[in-house]
Design a protein around this ligand. Structure first.
Ligand code: FHN
Length: 487
């Protein structure tokens, strides 16, 4: 199979899985091999977690900042940053933060890493400054990942950064203070089900045997629930609790116990889509962007290379242009982009990822109006088209082939057309009944000549386009929103 063909088939396969997942309107845990998240799309838990139809007022209010923000910084940091993908001289396949699981490292050995954890270069203000320069509007950090180690001082377990490491500083406390100074919303990732350090937590079968023989509720009540209480009582306002991999959570009230804790302690805190019951929004599979507009609130967690936790030898960074395309694509489909960095064990966020984030941030400084608080496309034909070969996806729906030349985001009375490539001449907007009042380039305000006739609008875009990475053209229309016309 020629390489191009293979790429297209991979995309269509993923797109069809995505369509499957999103059409179920459920949170998408991505368990097992989390490199792609595709396995998670097929998880049986999907079918049990549909949020209630319609969004209640309280939920809408909780979501207001999230809809405005659109772009957040995910931080995966923990003891796994020390081995950084290599254990006893062997490169371990898979995600950096999964090294304990993948290499079947006994708890007694893995926890020794805590004695080496001394990130003297960690500076919370620098991390927040990076997020700001990147144009990111919220931060979510791993408070405890699957390895069970907490990045804050916990009274429930001494397996935490203050009690078990020479560093002895509460990272969440410092980050919360820095975020408060910068007015940056802060959320906490918390692995509620998997805890490879706790004999009754899910996931560690190499030390503690199969999960179905464990007293999972003992772990939930004894560690996870009290730790979530600590997070909600010790660090000021928590914008978001980001639960993950809801193994064994669909039994009895296990998941709703967490919802109750969150609503009791901080009713404004958002809950992501991987708790085990419906949260405030849908979380897609890792790196999975749906092929079409979704009407419920959603977020895609995504890597900047191929791992969440730092790995010394993963240098395959996405380019700033690729990140911007994904961001605008996601916003044009109504979603949020939570993009990850994996800091090194010394506390520094790898320079290549900083470069990518800052470059995309420079573009957002000029063009952010097309992103923050912007709504989804009223059209959709720019997103893709059904495969001409008549191929069908796993549900018998036409396979969609993505198009990547341009995207549309919206605000009342305005369309933002973002071009990622020079448009074919002449560029025609999809047909609409609204009159066009004014058209201009967002970056410099230069007018763009246009002609309208019978609902059709042709834009005479300057060539070459102003910014080869992405050029935004603003189309001001009569009326708040587009009224489609037959094309
Ligand atoms: O297993 C985790 C993985 O390590 C990472 O935290 C991602 C982020 O979305 N969530 C799980 C896999 O989907």
């Amino acid at each position: 199979m020629p390489p191009l063909r293979r790429r297209v088939d991979t995309w269509t396969f993923r797109a069809s899985l995505t369509a499957l997942a999103l059409s179920l309107v459920v949170p998408v845990p991505s368990d097992g091999d989390p490199v792609s998240g595709v396995e998670g799309l097929l998880s049986p838990t999907l079918r049990t977690q549909a949020p209630a139809p319609g969004e209640d007022t309280a939920r809408q209010q909780r979501l207001a900042w999230f809809h405005e923000a659109k772009y957040g910084l995910f931080i995966h940091w923990g003891l796994y940053a020390i081995p950084a993908g290599t254990w006893k001289g062997q490169r371990i396949r898979g995600l950096g933060e999964w090294i304990m699981n993948r290499a079947k490292i006994p708890v007694g050995e893995y926890e020794q890493l805590a004695r080496q954890f001394n990130p003297v270069k960690f500076d919370a203000d620098e991390w927040v400054e990076l997020a700001q320069a990147a144009g990111m509007k919220y931060i979510v950090i791993t408070s405890k990942h699957h390895d069970g180690f907490a990045l804050y001082q916990s009274k429930v377990s001494t397996y935490d950064v203050v009690d078990a490491t020479p560093f002895k500083r509460d990272i969440l406390e410092e980050l919360a203070a820095a975020c408060a100074r910068a007015k940056m919303p802060l959320g906490f990732y918390y692995s509620q089900a998997q805890d490879w350090h706790d004999p009754n937590g899910a996931g560690n079968d190499w030390d503690f045997g199969p999960d179905d023989k464990k007293d999972f509720d003992k772990y939930l009540r004894g560690k996870a629930e009290p730790q979530v209480r600590e997070l909600l009582t010790g660090y000021g306002p928590v914008a978001l609790l980001w639960f993950d991999t809801p193994r064994m959570m669909n039994v009895g009230d296990r998941a709703t116990r967490f919802t109750d804790i969150v609503r009791e302690l901080q009713p404004k805190t958002l809950i992501d889509g991987r708790l085990g019951v419906a949260g405030d929004y849908v979380t897609t599979g890792d790196n999975v962007i749906p092929p079409a507009v979704q009407t419920t609130a959603w977020e895609v967690p995504a890597t900047i290379n191929h791992t969440w936790g730092y790995k010394t030898y993963d240098h395959d960074w996405k380019s700033p242009g690729a990140i911007l395309f994904k961001l605008v694509d996601i916003v044009s489909k109504g979603g949020n982009y939570l993009l990850n960095v994996g800091p090194r064990a010394d506390g520094i966020i790898p320079e290549p990822s900083q470069y990518v984030l800052r470059s995309a941030g420079a573009w957002l400084k000029v063009n952010g109006e097309a992103v923050y608080g912007a709504g989804a496309t009223p059209f959709g034909e720019e997103l893709g088209e059904p495969s001409a070969r008549g191929a069908e996806d796993v549900r018998g729906q036409p396979l969609m082939l993505a198009r990547t030349e341009w995207r549309i985001t919206t605000k009342p009375g305005k369309l933002y057309v973002t071009f990622f490539a020079e448009p074919r001449a002449p560029f025609e907007l999809p047909a609409m009944k609204n009159a066009v009042k004014r058209v201009y380039q967002l970056a410099d305000g230069a007018p763009v000549p246009f002609k309208t006739e019978g609902g059709r609008t042709v834009l005479e875009i300057a060539r070459p386009i102003l910014d080869p990475m992405a050029t935004v053209i603003v189309v001001e229309i009569d009326g708040a929103s587009v009224v489609r016309a037959a094309s």
